[in-house]
Design a protein around this ligand. Structure first.
Ligand SMILES: Nc1nc2c(c(=O)[nH]1)N[C@H]1C(S)=C(S)[C@@H](COP(=O)(O)O)O[C@H]1N2
Ligand SMILES: [Mo]
Length: 152
């Protein structure tokens, strides 16, 4: 299963989970940031910054939002400012995730646990201040793009 990463100003590429993990500059035990959780994770913003460099995006400004999409078409949109402590869980006890494979996002102190999207297959880094600060989530086929933006 591949994970699609895109930033409209930089690149759009598919990665294996192993490639994603190998490229992560900051790895941690999720419990350091989410006391009730545990497992091997990497810091999201550090990952993005490294990816940006590797793909010739040095001059590109930080995104305004992240949109993630899961295998079951659940998706979430959130402001970049909410993501300082965000981490991607990729393994537990050295084994692939039983719940949330291949990748699960955790946003410590986020506006909602609903944003901890499981089974992520797409990470989209967005540059669009008009999307606002309010996070949104839901199933892709049940809400329009406009509603996704507006939903609280
Ligand atoms: N892929 C996917 N991720 C998801 C969801 C979902 O339906 N699909 N539900 C979200 C919601 S609404 C919540 S409250 C949490 C629940 O996390 P849990 O299964 O660890 O209790 O996962 C979030 N991540
Ligand atoms: Mo939820």
């Amino acid at each position: 299963m591949k994970i699609n990463v895109q930033d409209e100003r930089i690149a759009k590429r598919d990665y294996t989970l192993q490639e994603m993990v190998d490229a992560a500059p900051v790895r941690l035990n999720l419990a350091e940031r989410v006391p009730k959780a545990e497992g091997e994770a990497f810091d999201l913003k550090a990952w993005y910054r490294s990816w940006k460099q590797t793909n010739g995006g040095e001059g590109v400004t930080e995104p305004t939002h992240l949109r993630v999409e899961a295998v079951d078409e659940f998706q979430a949109l959130m402001a970049w400012s909410q993501l300082d402590q965000a981490a991607c869980l990729y393994a537990s006890g050295g084994a692939p995730l039983q719940k949330g494979y291949p990748l699960r996002l955790y946003i410590p102190n986020g506006s909602s646990e609903c944003l901890n999207v499981k089974s992520i297959v797409k990470l989209e880094f967005i540059h669009d201040p008009s999307l606002g600060d309010e996070a949104a989530y839901g199933f892709k086929n049940q809400i329009s793009a406009e509603e996704l933006r507006m939903k609280k």
